[in-house]
Design a protein around this ligand. Structure first.
Ligand code: SF4
Ligand code: SF4
Length: 331
C-alpha cells in the first residue's frame, strides 16, 4: 500500500475499504485547501488561452459554490476506477472515445453503476453526511483530476489527463463528507519525458497547442458532444476524421498508454451487442428515439437523450470524410 499520510486513521481506512467494495480501484481524501493548486493552474489556463475563459471561470465558480451549498463539508474523497480492465471492441476503436463507452456511469441500471451506489449506502449506514454527483447534480466537483493528483493517486500529464500507474484510462468520482479525514498516497509517478510532444502532434485540430492547455472549442470531444456536432468555422470538418463521439488521439499517442492491450480484459456489459448499430450508416438510418434510448445513455452524460440528433450530424460528417478519403485514394 502506498498511503503515506493519514488523519482520523480508523475512519479514513474504513472509507478506503468501502470505496474498494463499491468497485473503485483507488481512493484518496483531501481538504478544500488542497484545491488551491487547482485554482492557481486554472487561472494560468485562462491567461494562456483566453478563448477557454468561460469554461474555466465556471470551474472556479464551481469550487466556491460547493462550499456555499454544502457548508458542512469537511473533506473531499476522490475515487478512481481503472477502465483498462475492460476490453474495447476494435470495430468502434478510433470512432467512439473509450472513456465514454466503458464508463461506469454509462448505464445507470447496469451492474457497474449500481455497485457505485453501495458507497452512498455505506455512508448512510455509518451516519456520515455526504453528497456527490451520484446523489445531487449540484455536487458535481470540477477539478477532480487536480484533486486526485493532490491525493497522490495520479499525475496530470501534458495532455491534461490524469494517469495512474497504468495510464490515463481512469474515471474519477468525488464525494463531500462532514468528517475531517485525510488519506494521501506517495506513488512516485515518472514525469513526462522532457522533449515529448507526442500528444500535441497527435491532436488533429490543434486544440492541444501547448502543454497543460486546451482550447475546448477546437477539441473534437467537445465538438462531437456538447457543441452538438457543429464544427467551428476555423476548422475544416475533415480534421474531425471519423470520430463519432469524443476523441482519444492525444491519449492513444502517449508513451505511457502505449503498453496497454485493449484486446484483453472483460467485456463491458452490453457494449458488444451494440457494435453493429453504432456504425455511422446505421446511426444515420435509425430514428432519434432509438438513438436516445440505446446510444445517448452510453456517452456518460455527454450527449443527452434530447440531443440525439447530434449523433446523426456526426454520422453524416463521418460518412462524408470516409468518402473524401476513398476519393483521394483513387485520384
Ligand atoms: S481529445 Fe482530441 S481534439 Fe481534444 S485535445 Fe485531445 S487529441 Fe485534440
Ligand atoms: S504524449 Fe508525452 S508529453 Fe504528452 S502526456 Fe504523454 S508523455 Fe506527456
Amino acid at each position: 500500500m502506498t498511503i503515506t499520510h493519514i488523519e482520523n486513521e480508523k475512519l479514513s481506512m474504513q472509507i478506503y475499504h468501502a470505496c474498494q467494495s463499491a468497485g473503485y480501484d483507488d481512493c484518496g481524501i483531501i481538504s478544500f485547501e488542497d484545491m488551491n493548486e487547482y485554482i492557481l493552474r486554472t487561472k494560468e489556463r485562462i491567461h494562456k488561452i483566453p478563448d477557454s475563459s468561460a469554461l474555466y471561470q465556471y470551474a472556479l465558480h464551481n469550487l466556491e459554490q460547493l462550499q456555499t451549498q454544502f457548508p458542512w463539508a469537511r473533506s473531499i474523497i476522490i475515487c478512481l476506477s481503472w477502465l483498462g480492465k475492460y476490453r474495447y471492441p476494435p470495430k468502434i476503436t478510433g470512432m467512439y472515445a473509450k472513456g465514454f463507452f466503458i464508463s461506469r456511469d454509462s448505464d445507470k441500471n447496469g451492474p457497474e453503476y449500481q455497485q457505485k451506489l453501495q458507497l452512498g449506502r455505506w455512508f448512510d449506514k455509518n451516519h456520515i453526511q455526504w453528497t456527490g454527483a451520484i446523489k445531487d447534480r449540484r455536487a458535481n466537483i470540477w477539478g477532480l483530476r487536480q484533486a486526485a493528483q493532490a491525493a497522490g493517486i495520479g499525475i496530470i500529464r501534458r495532455n491534461n489527463f490524469l494517469y495512474n500507474e497504468y495510464g490515463s484510462w481512469v474515471e474519477l468520482d468525488g464525494f463531500l463528507i462532514d468528517q475531517n479525514c485525510r488519506l494521501y498516497h506517495d506513488k512516485h509517478f515518472q514525469p513526462c519525458p522532457p522533449n515529448c510532444t507526442c500528444c500535441q502532434q497527435a491532436c488533429p485540430t490543434a486544440a492541444l497547442s501547448a502543454p497543460y492547455t486546451l482550447n475546448p472549442a477546437r477539441c473534437i470531444s467537445t465538438i462531437t458532444t456538447f457543441a452538438k456536432g457543429v464544427v467551428p468555422k476555423e476548422l475544416d470538418e475533415q480534421q474531425i476524421g471519423v470520430w463519432m463521439v469524443g476523441c482519444d488521439a492525444c491519449q492513444d499517442a502517449c508513451p505511457f498508454n502505449r503498453r496497454h492491450d485493449w484486446s484483453q480484459g472483460r467485456d463491458f456489459p452490453g457494449l458488444e451487442d451494440l457494435i453493429d448499430f453504432m456504425q455511422p450508416e446505421n446511426i444515420l438510418s435509425a430514428n432519434e428515439e432509438e438513438l436516445a434510448r440505446r446510444i445517448c445513455p452510453l456517452t456518460a452524460d455527454h450527449i443527452l437523450p434530447e440531443d440525439a440528433a447530434t449523433l446523426k450530424i456526426n454520422a453524416q460528417r463521418v460518412l462524408r470524410n470516409q468518402k473524401a478519403k476513398a476519393d483521394r485514394r483513387q485520384d
